[in-house]
Design a protein around this ligand. Structure first.
Ligand code: CTP
Ligand code: MG
Length: 237
């Protein structure tokens, strides 16, 4: 079997605030995307990385990656992305060579995921799981509410049992065929899911969760950038 990683990196990063596209913002002086590609390339299972660049930024991203050394002999393909994450992942999948059997989808916005987490997901797919997510227990209690957009108080509808909930991260790992089929179904039916495994669930196929890692957190808001800089500084010390 051959495992490839698809890295959606085409988002603008609206919640991070004004500036360059999020994947190109730096952490410790190095673009977040380069950290993410290195994290995938360091994993033993991954021999190919497909980077899905901002729609008008594929050439810039190609140059950027050529300028930064990658561990090992990992091959990197760059393709332009789309208007939604789902579309970007679909475009990344379309660029995979025929011999790829297993696919890891990893957010560029999770630049500090440890290689062991990547390999744990890849191993579970190789052992036959059609879909695998890295997941962590929640620290906060979660409420379901009746959402309001006017800023007023929202009615609380219920409290799911926290011990049964998990926050899921990436890389999410898939049998290639399964993920491609899931994306085709969602593209046909219109509205999407917030993660790739959710699409596989809609096919009625089993998804399993393995242990995630606290350093696989997503850089979404400015505070996450502060945390990421601190984690990186500690690693380099
Ligand atoms: N992504 C993508 N194509 C899009 C939108 C998002 O490839 N059209 C990627 C992002 O680059 C990121 C990952 O999906 O690596 C997770 O998305 P998110 O954290 O939401 O990033 P952004 O969409 O860039 O951020 P925001 O939602 O704040 O604009
Ligand atoms: Mg987004």
């Amino acid at each position: 079997r051959r495992t490839a990683a698809v890295i959606p990196a085409a988002g603008r990063g609206v919640r991070l605030g004004p500036g360059a596209p999020k994947a190109l913002r730096t952490l410790g002086g190095i673009p977040m995307l380069v950290h993410a590609v290195r994290a995938m390339a360091r994993a033993r299972a991954v021999s190919l990385v497909v980077v899905v660049a901002p729609p008008d930024g594929a050439a810039e991203v190609r140059t950027l990656l050529d300028d930064h050394a990658l561990p090992g002999t990992t091959e990197v393909i760059v393709v332009p992305g789309g208007a939604t994450r789902q579309e970007s992942v679909r475009l990344g999948l379309a660029a995979l060579p025929v011999d790829v059997t297993d696919v890891l989808v990893h957010d560029a916005a999770r630049p500090l995921v440890p290689a062991e987490t990547v390999d744990a997901v890849a191993a579970a797919v190789r052992q036959g799981a059609p879909a695998v997510v890295p997941a962590l227990p929640l620290a906060d209690t979660v409420k379901e509410v009746e959402p309001r957009s006017d800023g007023g108080p929202e009615a609380v509808l219920g409290t799911p049992e926290r011990a049964r909930l998990r926050a899921v991260q990436t890389p999410q790992g898939f049998d290639r065929e399964t993920l491609t089929r899931a994306h085709e179904k969602v593209a046909l039916e219109g509205e999407g899911a917030t993660d790739d495994a959710g699409m596989v669930e809609r096919l009625g196929l089993p998804v399993v969760a393995v242990a995630g890692h606290e350093q696989a957190f997503k850089v979404t808001r400015p505070l996450d950038l502060v945390l990421a800089e601190a984690v990186l500084a500690r690693r380099r010390a």
